[in-house]
Design a protein around this ligand. Structure first.
Ligand SMILES: [Zn+2]
Length: 152
């Protein structure tokens, strides 16, 4: 089943069902997982499943700042170089989140974060060969890492 351009109310429905699934199927709740990690897990695993225009941030989209620069890259070489330049940025953000997770009071934070990152790895692998998609996944990951870090 493919539904394109879901109206907002349907997205909201998938989102709410997603939280229900997180609780019933996996036992992830706000009792054991930080809300911001639960939200990104839910957006990526549930809310976005049926939409061609995925939501790329929970409340913040700091990576959108890249868009102006990206649009000016007029060759694939320049685009590839831009994406490579973000590799270390993303790795450092991941390290910083992991450091915060070490002292997290929520028992499931590290587990759910790991699932999130695995999903990003999978989306990244699926994007290889399509540079616009690759950009999109990296920007999205940047949004996630930035917002998770700031709200943990
Ligand atoms: Zn939510």
């Amino acid at each position: 089943m493919i539904i394109i351009n879901l109206p907002l109310k349907d997205r909201t429905l998938f989102h709410e069902i997603g939280h229900f699934k997180q609780d019933i199927e996996y036992g992830y709740t706000t009792e054991n997982t930080s809300p911001i990690i639960l939200e990104y897990h839910n957006i990526i695993m549930h809310e976005n499943l049926f939409d061609d225009h995925p939501r790329t941030g929970y409340t913040q989209k700091s990576g959108d700042i890249w868009d102006n620069t990206w649009m000016k890259k007029d060759t694939n070489d320049k685009k590839t170089q831009f994406l490579r330049s973000k590799k270390t940025v993303l790795e450092n953000k991941d390290k910083n989140v992991r450091k915060k997770l070490e002292t997290s009071q929520k028992a499931k934070d590290a587990e759910v974060y790991k699932l999130l990152m695995q999903k990003f790895d999978q989306m990244y692998e699926e994007s290889i060969g399509d540079i616009e998609k690759e950009y999109f996944v990296k920007k999205w990951k940047y949004n996630m890492l930035t917002e998770v870090y700031s709200k943990l």
